[in-house]
Ligand binder design. Sequence first.
Ligand code: P5A
Length: 440
Amino acid sequence: MYLSKLFIPLLKEIPSEAKIKSHQLMLRTGMIKQSSTGIYSWLPLGFKIMKKIEQIVREEQNKIGAQELLMPTIQSAEIWKESGRYDDYGEEMLRIKDRQGKEMLYGPTNEELITEIFRASVKSYKSLPQLLYHIQWKFRDELRPRFGVMRCKEFFMKDAYSFDVNDEEAKKSYNKMFFAYLNTFKRLGLTAIPMAADTGPIGGDLSHEFIILAETGESKIYSDKRIFDIDISKHSSEEKSIQDLRKKYDEFYAVTDDKYKKEDFEKKVKKENQLVTKGIEVGHIFYFGDKYSKPLKCSVDLKDGKKVNVKMGSYGVGVSRLVAAIIEAKFNNNIMRWPESVSPFDVAIIPSLKKNDKSNQEKAEKICSFLLKNKIDVLLDDTDEHLSAKFKKFDLIGIPYQIILGSKSSDDKFEFKEVNGKTESLSLEDIKNKLLNNRS
Ligand code: P5A
């Protein structure tokens, strides 16, 4: 892709309405554009990154056996009346009427709708357990939308739902999802810590928020520092291994504001291990038993002929929020570096282009087609700006690797720079291998 062809409206100034660095960067690099308060269009650069995040979230859901479906954004009010949440949800819910006057709403979440789908088709315990998910836009008429896509009205969420025959089995599903979340955030280059949290309008008595540390985060957290040292790579997806991992996390105190109790914190965590800071909630999982299955009459027949309400949990990841959260974690000293897994391009080619000398341009084209042939996604800066201006631009775009065609590159060795890392002189073959190895 040529930079001159990419629809990427870069801004020179920091937009004054943006208070935190992720919002500033997203506007400056034309990742998003506000269309009205708390509602954004996703432009090509931002959309490409969000799609990569979505795909990683999807792969980790599939790995634990969850099945993808797609529910609509618009729901009927009826099922919400059945569950009793229609009135409880209050003004955050966007209520609409169709031309027949039928009450509808733009889904803020899907517990009711998935329960309705499930009760219509599953009748026997033999079909359980089930894990279903979708990745779909949600709407919440937030009282104070702010920080760009971090807290907005329309956002992209992965929401999964588990169905089990009893509490014990349901906790296994919960733990599986707990495991999938840790792996998902790790692949996104983030350290997200599960923290015991309040359940709010979703309900239930067991819940964890997955939090990444950031000064600009809206969640206040209290934790034992040592929880950050848990190594999830030592755990496999075997039931026993997942259970052990869950136990490890449970050993350490880690809670959000609403679960915090001073006496507990001081008793359970030695002073030198206490960490009180702020974080961004990138995921939230809940176990609520029969909170929805009971009023919505979603039951299955057991072996002995008795009926039981299915036990349910729900599990959310803020896919669009993650774009901003990654920036908060990775944008430092005015330089962005996207993790390889979600970077909009694998590598940038930045040639110094002179009017009367086409050699760098030809070199850049050759390198570009060689890398593309090897399935490496390249962005070639074909503008005639000075190299220093190009570097400034790329500091914001955040592609983690650059091939710089200037005084330090020859005909067969090229200046290869790892953003925030070392610079080497490499052959094209070495560059290719390095980039392909990073991917695996
Ligand atoms: C779990 C899945 C739920 O809605 N029902 C289905 C449950 N949980 S939640 O915590 O309310 O939301 C899940 C994740 O969505 C992101 N999120 C938001 N992102 C941007 N703007 C918002 N206004 C917003 N609200 C929630 C968060 O990442 C949250 O963890």
